[in-house]
Design a protein around this ligand. Structure first.
Ligand SMILES: N[C@@H](CCC(=O)N[C@@H](CS)C(=O)NCC(=O)O)C(=O)O
Length: 206
């Protein structure tokens, strides 16, 4: 592995940051952490914009490289830090993992980001309506995840076998957001089982 230092720029309650933190821990990668306060708008500051033209967290600096987008960062870590991969071995299972991750990263998490919520606020949504918006999209994402897992008849402890990987990381981060919104996950059998299994692992919790 490269000896260059890793620096993660993130925000404490950002689920995209959470994904990358878990991946760093599962990969046993030491890193420094810089908090970017989204509520204070630090991600839009000239200093951060110069580092990261996307003006979002997470960002992982590795030597001279600035990596953006949690999926790209996680796959980068997976490629440069052997041996245990966060993706399963078979190409079909790898494709399944990426499409499962896509439910959260591409389809549903963007709908509840700060920028979208701010736009709703400025369009006269009140706080109850905003809570309803977040709950709706969080529940919808986890229902789709449950359907994907039921279709695959998953019986294992984690999405793709006996050790956690990309799919579990993305599911866990979304479940944490759902928990903060006090959404009951118990009726989603596979989702709640895997969430509980991940919660027992230090790398997911801390
Ligand atoms: N698809 C991106 C999402 C990045 C993103 O939207 N991050 C949020 C925090 S979870 C953010 O920086 N929000 C700032 C804003 O919405 O203004 C990823 O997976 O990294």
């Amino acid at each position: 592995m490269s000896v260059n230092k890793f620096i993660l720029y993130g925000y404490q309650s950002s689920s995209a940051t959470k994904r990358v933190m878990i991946a760093l821990k599962l990969k046993h990668v030491a890193y420094d952490y810089v908090e970017i306060d989204l509520l204070e708008g630090e991600h839009l500051s000239p200093a951060f914009s110069q580092l990261n033209v996307q003006r979002k967290v997470p960002m992982l600096a590795h030597g001279q490289y600035s990596l953006m987008q949690s999926l790209a960062i996680i796959e980068y870590l997976d490629e440069i830090v052997p041996p245990q991969s966060l993706l399963p071995e078979s190409p079909t299972d790898r494709a399944w993992s990426r499409s499962f991750a896509g439910i959260f990263i591409s389809d549903y998490h963007p709908l509840i980001t700060r920028r979208v919520i701010e736009k709703l606020r400025s369009s006269d949504f009140d706080e109850d309506e905003i809570r309803g918006w977040k709950t709706y999209w969080l529940e919808e994402s986890l229902r789709v995840a449950e359907d994907m897992m039921s279709e695959k008849s998953i019986q294992s402890s984690f999405c793709c076998g006996s050790s956690p990987g990309l799919a579990d990381i993305c599911l866990f981060a979304q479940c944490e957001s759902a928990r903060k919104q006090e959404i009951d996950l118990n009726y989603l059998r596979n989702v709640s089982r895997i969430y509980v299994n991940c919660s027992k692992i230090d790398d997911f919790r801390n």
